[in-house]
Every structure is written in C-alpha cells, then in structure tokens.
Design a protein around this ligand. Structure first.
Ligand SMILES: *Cc1c(COP(=O)(O)O)cnc(C)c1O
Length: 507
C-alpha cells in the first residue's frame, strides 16, 4: 500500500473500505446485543502480545492484512454494546453515536476558529446554551466543550483563579506570606471527601498544591456537609488563607451522591468563592423531566458559576464529550478570562471558540451531543435516564432481599448499586473478622477475588471500589438502555454466587 499522488480515486478507496467495515461492525454490534456472549475475551498483556502482531511495518500492509488487524482488534476488545458491561460510568454508545463519529472523521474539522468549522462552532454554541437552559442558567448562559470531565474541571478552576485574582495570570502565583503585600493568601479549594480526583489534579496542575485542597466530610449518603464546609472555611480564613474555589459534586463517582447546590452556592457567595459543580456523571440527569420535577438534585443549579457535564457518560454519546457551562456570558466569559494574544490564530471573532480554552486545536465533540439531541429529542434522552433509574431501583430491591448480599447504602442515591457479598462458606470467618479487627481488609479481599474471577471470565465486567472507612464493595453501574434486570442483573447475582474459590487458599 503506498501513498501516491497518482492514486486519485480516494472516494472509491473509502467506499471499498467502508463497505468492508460496515459488515464487520454491524456483526460486532449484533454479537454485543446478545448478552449471553462474552463482554470481553480477557487476556493478560503477555498473552495478548502473542495473539496480536503489534509490530509496525516498514512497508504498508495493504487492505487484507489491515482488515485482519481490525478483526482482531474487535475480537479482543471490550464489547461495549453488551449490556453486561456494568463496570464504568459510560455504557456503550448507539447507532447515531457511531454516525456522529463518522461525520467528525470525514470532516476532520477543528473548532478553534469559526472559519474552519462554521457549522460545528454554531452547534457548540447552541447545544451548550440549550443545556445550560435546562439548568436554569438564564439568557446569558452557554459554554464550551472540553476533552473530558477532568479537563472541564481544570478549565473551571483556571477560570476561577484568573477571574478572581487576575494578577496571577501575568505575574505568577505569589500569595501571602511569601509576598507580604499580596492581595491574597494561600489559595484554598474545598471539595467533599467523595469528590473526583480531578479536582486534586487541577490543583496540582495549577501549582496550588494538593495540601491546599480541603476535603469536606460527607453525610451518610455521601453528600457534602454544608455545616462542615462553613466551619472549614472559617478556619481557613483565620489562618489568613484565601478560599477561592468550592466544588460541589452532582453525582459522585462511587456512590452517586448529589451535593446540595443551593446551599453550597450561597456559602460560596458569602465567602467570595467561585462555585463549581462537577456534574460529570450526574449532570445529564437534568434531561429527565421527572428528575427535574421530583428530585432536588438540581435545586440551585442556576446559582453556580460553572458546571461540568459529560454527555459521554449517562447519555450514551461517544467518548469524549464533556461540557463546561456557565451562566456568565457563556464561552465569551471563558475567552475574556483565559485567552492569550495569539493574533496569528484568533482575530477577535467572538465565535472563535478555541480562545475560550487552554488548548489550541479542538475536536468538535459538540456535534455528537447535538446530533443525539436532534435524533432522540430531549424526551428521548430523558427517558433513557428514567429507564436507568427505574432499573436501578428494581435491582436494588432484588439485592436487598437476596441472602448473602448487603447494600452499602439503602437506598443507593443514584444509578450505582453498591453491595457486599459474603459466600456461605466463609460466613463464620466474617463474624470472627468483626471481632479481631481484620474485617475491612479481609472483606475487601473477598470482593476483589470474586470480582476478578468474573471479569476474567468475560461474562460480565463489574467494578469494585472502597470508600473512606468501608471495605471494597461491588459497584454495578446501571446505565445502558439495553440492560434487562431479569436477563442481566439477576444473572450477575447468580454468577457472583457461583464463583468457586477455595477460600482456604485465600485466607
Ligand atoms: C467521570 C468523572 C470525572 C472525570 O471525567 P473524565 O471525562 O473521565 O475526565 C470527573 N468527575 C466525576 C464526578 C466523574 O464521575
């Protein structure tokens, strides 16, 4: 296979490759739709090196060999179309998702400046505006897409810092007491103990230091305690520090808790802090009319300064697709606060979205959520959320009643059903661990041994997680609209029970 200028029928070549690929991928999706098939043919890295030729050739391998590699890639990858992929906060995508990725690939567009991506830039402006409207952020709201929730959270924190303490942008970070005349003390970030590590990551990237991220305790359902938040803010001020950023989480990663946005936003205002909501996981639930009517999860969303939402998780939009929204003049505000003078690229056009970010070239991910919304409607996306919520609640009832299984929190706040399982064979051991103080470490081991067994079998992919003070438990994420409680989730419990482990070897 050679790249040559004389080979001009590129369209014909694409037609040929697409036709070949179409059969392969449609079959792959069919395979995934039958949940009795394996989610993954699991192999260790050593074995996979033996099964697949990862060597990069000197000369092009051509169509046949390349397609052999594509077939093997499909064969040994995780099939996200299988509803028994219950491991992560994203599920599989859907047909319009694939089409939107194909559209992006064909356009190979870059949404840093409008004149290179006219349609896609306007889609980004409109879809962020419309989503911010669901959060009641008002007429001036909008936002930008970022390459993931962590990136959105990082952009939120840089924006807050540059907006509140603009001298840092030019002079660097010089707090009191290092600089006795500084207008600010050591900058502090407040976030709950259950929040995502990307908040810490952002703090270290900004040079603020992990030690300056204050972890606020949570209540029994994993929600930030606002009384503790206020106490910690007061303590910080008494040390002559400068609290500047409060992160509330809308849907925590492990448990799915929603921090009270209204109360936290009011406290943020009182202490002159930026209030950010990390709704990477739970934010998309705002698409459901039923959620907006019956739950308090988004009360106060209009009061926050910025809000992260990942349509690539709960809405099934292909990875990556993350939005950072704000009520304060949308992408224009991000551009005013963050842009540098890159005159060669940005010529002052207010629809040049790249100026709003800390990147340069950008993948126009907005088109994927725009098309999903167009195709399914707000109603369709909302129903996806509703279905997940009702399946999770049904599954929770089943776990609650099944001997040997124990919910970590009852009820689970959102779509992650978290539980422990104690096999009959070790019931007595577990009782003795409670007495001799080894309960936590040994129960974590029970969970991990069973979980690894299941994941390596490929029948399901599920995850395990710890929380402060609790041993590792199973975390089953109910997201994909194709999950059936009876066909998939009950079988998962059967499978957990049937894992055969010689516990005498383990303990
Ligand atoms: C998933 C998640 C993130 C990170 O999002 P990425 O797109 O994976 O970077 C941040 N916060 C929360 C609460 C999350 O669940």
């Amino acid at each position: 296979m050679v790249f040559s200028e004389t080979k001009t029928d590129i369209a014909g070549e694409l037609d040929n490759l697409l036709t070949r690929l179409q059969k392969l991928v449609v079959n792959y999706v069919k395979e995934g739709q039958n949940s009795d098939n394996k989610v993954v043919r699991y192999h260790s890295p050593e074995d996979l090196y033996k099964l697949i030729d990862f060597e990069l050739p000197e000369e092009g391998a051509g169509v046949e060999d390349t397609f052999d590699l594509i077939k093997e890639t499909l064969k040994y990858s995780v099939n996200g179309w299988n509803p028994r992929f219950l491991d992560k906060l994203y599920g599989g995508t859907n047909p319009i998702g694939v089409i939107s990725e194909l559209l992006l690939a064909v356009l190979n567009s870059n949404s840093h400046v409008y004149h290179c991506s006219p349609v896609l830039s306007l889609m980004e402006i409109e879809v962020t505006k419309a989503t911010a409207n669901l959060l009641n952020m008002g007429k001036q709201s909008g936002g930008v897409l970022c390459p993931g929730g962590s990136a959105s959270n990082l952009l939120a924190m840089v924006t807050a810092r540059n907006k509140l303490y603009p001298t840092i942008k030019s002079k660097g970070y010089l707090p009191r007491p290092c600089d006795a005349n500084s207008e600010y003390g050591v900058l502090k970030i407040f976030t709950s103990t259950h929040s995502h590590y990307s908040i810490d990551q952002a703090a270290q990237v900004l040079g603020l230091g992990l030690d300056n991220v204050v972890k606020v305790p949570t209540d029994e359902y994993g929600r930030m305690r606002v009384d503790e938040l206020e106490r910690l803010l007061e303590e910080s001020l008494a040390r002559d520090e400068t609290p500047f950023f409060i992160n509330a989480t809308s849907g925590t990663t492990v448990m799915g808790a929603f921090d009270p946005l209204d109360k936290i936003a009011k406290i943020a205002k009182k202490y002159n802090c930026w209030c950010h909501a990390d709704g990477s996981w739970g934010g998309s639930a705002v698409f459901s009319d039923q959620v907006r009517k019956t739950k308090n999860w988004f009360h106060g969303s209009e009061l926050v300064d910025s809000f992260t939402m990942n349509p690539h998780k709960l809405l099934g939009v292909p990875l990556q697709c993350s939005m950072l929204l704000t009520p304060h003049n949308g992408h224009i505000m991000f551009a005013q606060v963050n842009s540098l003078k890159a005159d060669y690229l940005f010529h002052g056009n207010p629809v040049d979205l790249g100026a709003a970010t800390i990147g340069c070239g950008r993948r126009p991910d907005a088109v994927k959520v725009f098309l999903a919304w167009k195709y399914y409607g707000k109603q369709g996306l909302g129903q996806r959320v509703d279905r997940a919520l009702s399946s999770a609640s049904e599954f929770m009832d089943i776990v609650r009643q099944r001997p040997g299984f124990m919910l970590v929190k009852d009820p689970c706040p959102f779509l992650q059903v978290c539980f422990w399982y104690v096999p009959d064979a070790i019931k007595e051991k577990v009782d003795s661990w409670k007495l001799d103080g080894t309960y936590q470490v040994n129960m974590a081991k029970v969970t991990r041994v069973i979980q690894q067994n299941i994941n390596h079998s490929g029948a399901f992919l599920v995850d395990h997680a710890p929380l402060p003070g609790l041993p590792d438990f199973f975390r089953v994420v109910i997201n994909a609209p194709t999950i059936s409680v009876d066909r998939d989730l009950v079988i998962l419990l059967d499978t957990i029970e049937s894992v055969s482990v010689d516990w005498n070897d383990v303990f």
